[in-house]
Design a protein around this ligand. Sequence first.
Ligand SMILES: NC(=O)c1ccc[n+]([C@@H]2O[C@H](COP(=O)([O-])OP(=O)(O)OC[C@H]3O[C@@H](n4cnc5c(N)ncnc54)[C@H](OP(=O)(O)O)[C@@H]3O)[C@@H](O)[C@H]2O)c1
Length: 263
Amino acid sequence: MDLGLTGRTAFVSGSTQGLGHAIARTLADEGAAVVLNGRSEDRVEDAVERLRAAVPSAQVEGIAADFADQGDVHRLLQSIGEIDILVNNVGIFEVAAFEDVSDDDWQRYFDVNLMSGVRLSRRLLPAMLEQGWGRIVFVGSESGVNVPADMTHYGATKAAMLALSNGLAKATRGTRVTVNTILGGPTYSDGVARTVELIAQAQGVPVDEAKSAIAARNVTSLLQRFIEPDEIASLAAYLASPLSSAINGAAVRADGGTLTTTL
Ligand SMILES: NC(=O)c1ccc[n+]([C@@H]2O[C@H](COP(=O)([O-])OP(=O)(O)OC[C@H]3O[C@@H](n4cnc5c(N)ncnc54)[C@H](OP(=O)(O)O)[C@@H]3O)[C@@H](O)[C@H]2O)c1
């Protein structure tokens, strides 16, 4: 299937590793020019090199900016060029008891996980509407629907993301611009892999054993294993492509069946 992405330009927030990098690589593989992002110049340069090595034909560049830093965000919004496909992927997550999460931490979670998407969409959506075609894809989570008690701060940002994405979609009425959210489930991204390694180390067990045990704790998962980043990237590339033209304002699940309801 030709996704028809050749000649399109995509910006993927938080794409030096994990889901964001897999999405950027898949888009590049499909012929899109991609702009990577992460907090530091070094990490972004390294990610650009890795993507070029994986997809030699890739047109790829990077912009370093920390979405928790207003000055960085301002500079990013000024320097970003014309973008047809915005993937709001950047996100931070950590298990923490509700009473241990400070106001500053709540603010950081909202700045990085939600306001990044608000600010990028406000900057890029008007041009998409004017040219009559564009794609905004939010990388959300089933945790925004079934909010975990020990990740309420994270789930709240992902629930708000669903509202943001759905509301933005309504501004695209009658155009060929779409705005959708992927409801991802537990995925073995670099960030999750690092956490699993630390747990394995603390428990004195092999990483594979810790990985299987953690995946098995997700009792409602029909997949009964971690999702791989490329499995989310395939859906992101489809939602970014002209082929997904009838999907707008939707929350599309790629959660391995973790959510148990039909809607
Ligand atoms: N993994 C899962 O199980 C899962 C499930 C559902 C949804 N998701 C969502 O998928 C998205 C990606 O998650 P992931 O697991 O792939 O994460 P990850 O492996 O930890 O990667 C996070 C990426 O975001 C960048 N980043 C972090 N903080 C940033 C900031 N303040 N400003 C700019 N960039 C920043 C990191 O780059 P640097 O470190 O180089 O700055 C890195 O490239 C998130 O929105 C997450 O909520 C993940």
